[in-house]
Ligand binder design. Sequence first.
Ligand code: ATP
Ligand code: MG
Length: 245
Amino acid sequence: MVDPRLSIVNKRLAMVENIIAVSSGKGGVGKSLIASTLALILSRMGHRVGLLDLDFTSPSTHVILNVEGLRPEEKEGIIPPQVQGMRYMSIIYYTRDEPTPMRGEDMSNALIELFAITRWGDLDFLVIDMPPGIGDATLDMVRLIEKINFLVVTTPSKLAFETVKKLMQLLKDLTMPVIGIIENMKMEESNFIREKAGEHNIPYLGEICFDRQLEASIGDVDKLLRTEFAQNLREIVLNRLRPRP
Ligand SMILES: Nc1ncnc2c1ncn2[C@@H]1O[C@H](COP(=O)(O)OP(=O)(O)OP(=O)(O)O)[C@@H](O)[C@H]1O
Ligand SMILES: [Mg+2]
């Protein structure tokens, strides 16, 4: 059966210049912190930015940004509220703090619904915090969103890369655009990830140090933007992401 929502999804995104899905395959590597901080950095540079939390079962960007008590306006769809100068959308507007267990099919439905109803308007960047794993959300995004670009996050660990390389292979097989790979939580010198990225023909964008101050800055955006973590990410944005609004 044809799903009428599918035809509307890309129309809703017609005025969004760049879509960046922060993904990994592996859990706990820093996707949510990187997606949130990337969105904030781009926004503070003067770009029009949206941030979408697609981790329906464990949303977390609202904790990083300290979002509470907001409800989106409904007007021929849903208009994402402004948070820190960005348009911010998350399932927490509807679930509050309740658990949201979802089967694969429910998840796909919620994802399509969210893209079909959200009015992003004019944006230079839409940054998406993806759930961990190479599951329904990744496949739905590939299938649905014409302008999608993937930004892959790993840690220096061989164990993280073991999963991340499968995501990279999948994206390659599906001929999806990949901006590159970020190595997060770097603690010591090693070229392992840089070399592996080269072998897989994926641009190595740079590294972000393991930052002991990071935890204390969660929920305080100005403090977060002053961390070494944010400074490392800002350098990657300036040198490698080359915003083109
Ligand atoms: N560079 C870093 N230095 C220190 N701690 C970090 C760094 N990056 C992330 N963390 C910490 O690692 C944990 C996981 O980060 P985050 O939730 O952003 O990962 P994730 O990939 O989104 O996880 P999930 O797969 O569960 O969605 C958090 O406690 C975060 O504070
Ligand atoms: Mg996360």
